[in-house]
Design a protein around this ligand. Structure first.
Ligand code: PGA
Length: 250
């Protein structure tokens, strides 16, 4: 996947009602060519808003993604679930997989691997999340954990061209804390090196996620190895989201 544009992925998590489309519309109003030449803006609202958002972004340069999908690639008796076919059908081009909030609630590497396979089958682009907990970081296990998540999550996946990666330290998500610049730069470079060496991905795209905000974006933008951002809390507020994009692009 090309990585010369900067990614801004809005992960709305379990937030948003029908009225929230206004936040998206404020971003659509940003008819700034320069931004779209340099940025890829992808909205990942909850399932309930996918159809509305899909309609709203028609004729715009914005793209749509889902926050997850079921591992079963066919239709079936899985109450409360949505699979890759269904998110594709509603207009998604992307899907976030391996997010720590889903790992915590039961997604094993093996399940994530099945989700990757079923998403590839549907030609979806995958935002594959990896990240260590604070406990793992304190035990100096970060690299071990990230490698395990990558090796097991991508097992037997030959075609990795539609996969981009998001490094999201669990201790950074929703806490307001971001890694020190040097540490983050090193970590992103190490992840890229591993993806190149182990998986033969020539130009891996690696995003950063965890408490990205208008306040810390200038510091994050100093880290040249980062290819974009996966943004939770700040992405629901269009003013903050636009601010992050503008501070990065300008
Ligand atoms: P946050 O979430 O920006 O609210 O920390 C990021 C994420 O979970 O993807």
């Amino acid at each position: 996947m090309t990585n010369n544009k900067i990614y801004f992925i809005a992960n709305w998590k379990m937030y948003g009602t029908l009225h929230s489309v206004q936040s998206l519309k404020n971003v659509i109003k940003l008819k700034n060519k320069q931004i779209y030449n340099k940025a890829k803006i992808i909205y990942c609202p909850p399932y309930t808003l996918l159809e509305l958002f899909s309609k709203s972004i028609k004729k715009t340069k914005l793209e749509l993604g889902a926050q997850n999908c079921h591992f079963h690639s066919e239709y079936g008796a899985f109450t409360g679930s949505v699979n890759s076919k269904m998110i594709k059908n509603v207009g998604c081009k992307y899907v976030i997989l391996g997010h720590s909030e889903n790992r915590i609630s039961g997604d094993s590497d093996k399940i994530i691997n099945l989700k990757v396979k079923s998403s590839i089958k549907e030609n979806l682009k995958i935002i594959f999340c990896i990240g260590e907990t604070l406990k793992e970081k304190k035990k100096n296990k970060t690299n071990l954990i990230l490698k395990k998540q990558l090796i097991n999550g991508l097992r037997n996946i030959k075609n990795k061209k539609n996969i981009i990666f998001a490094y999201e330290p669990v201790w950074s998500i929703g806490t307001g804390i971001i890694p020190k610049s040097n540490d983050l730069e090193n970590q992103i470079l190490q992840i890229k090196h591993f993806l190149k060496r182990k998986f033969r991905i020539k130009h891996p795209t690696v995003l950063y996620g965890g408490s990205v905000s208008p306040k810390n974006i200038s510091a994050l933008n100093q880290i040249s190895s980062i290819n974009g951002f996966l943004i939770g809390g700040a992405s629901q507020n269009s003013k903050k989201f636009i601010d992050i994009i503008k501070k990065t692009i300008n």
